[in-house]
Write a protein that binds this ligand. Sequence first.
Ligand code: GLA
Length: 388
Amino acid sequence: MNPTILEKIKSTYEKEFGEAPQLIVRSPGRINLIGEHTDYNLGFVLPAAVDKGIYMAFGKSEGDTSRLVSVDQQEDFSFDIKQPTFKVEQQWYNYIIGTSSELIGLGAEVEGFNMVFSGDLPQGAGMSSSAALECGTAIGLNTLFDLNLSKEELIKASQKAEHNYVGVMCGIMDQFASTMGKEDQVILLDCRSLEYDYFPLELNAYSLLLCNSNVSHNLASSEYNVRRAQCEEGVAILKKHYPQVTSLRDVTMEMLEEHKAEFDSVVYLRCKYVVEENERVENFCDALKRHDLDEVSDILASAQHAMKTEYEITCPEIDFMADFANEKEEVKGSRMMGGGFGGCTINIVKNEYRETFKKELSAQYKAKFDIDIDFYDVNISDGAHVMS
Ligand code: GLA
């Protein structure tokens, strides 16, 4: 919890709206240990909610007009809850308008509301600030207007907000993790059935460290949708031979190899990546449960390599950071996290080596790219919830 941010959103709400907010929501960002770009292929992911997030103060407004205030962007935006107008470019308020509109689409009686928010979650870092905003909005409105929607409905409405109001055809991982996160537990999620299992992340003398490259390339959302379309192209080819195949989740490497000649070489590589990434999730979970950190390390390094060479979603800055980390005996694996083309690497670093690691990596990164790295210690936390 971040008491300073909490005070800031409460006092801004009072200043802007002349009364105290009716409820406060905390909505976290997420990390993902392994399973990148597998969610929209209905495979497996291993995310967790973290102790960095967005804090939102909500209250009902008079009539249908809703007003949103972003403390960090120093901007506000008003819209009609029943007939929202918005610009299609990615704006912070699209995530909120999108979520309220998707809830209304489910038949929920959402009325005008006011909301002030701020957070300590970096944007463009691959930690899902967008899902945090959507899921916080969904949980806030569900409580404010007694909508009685289930968590699954809120998660799916938040995901659709991103499809229909932001234009990113994301999978369900981010919204699921932001809503369902549990303190000290990672979530093994089957993105097809939405069945999930929590288990503790026991790293003993090691802990997680995120390294923010501080680059976020514009390519991210357009290339994301291209990857998704390439996966669908692969499914269409295989479906002709195996009618039971409805997603890459149903595909094995044997099937892919058998029909390799029918594939465009790029589409083949994309599909290979996804099929093997699903296997990596399974192997990673087994290794974690056995406390085999050397195996964990190898899997993370091969995931990074595959994202670079097969799915082609990394960038030179990320590759540099991950390569640096993967060469160190004291680091049990490093790879890019999230949608791609920048953001953070996730690293498992020996506790006593952390400070040296940070110092050496930042010096070398600065010398090569003239950019400062931000380091985040993350603790695994509960998902989005009403605080008061
Ligand atoms: C983004 C999307 C997720 C997921 C990841 C990649 O964060 O929102 O649905 O696809 O990229 O794993």
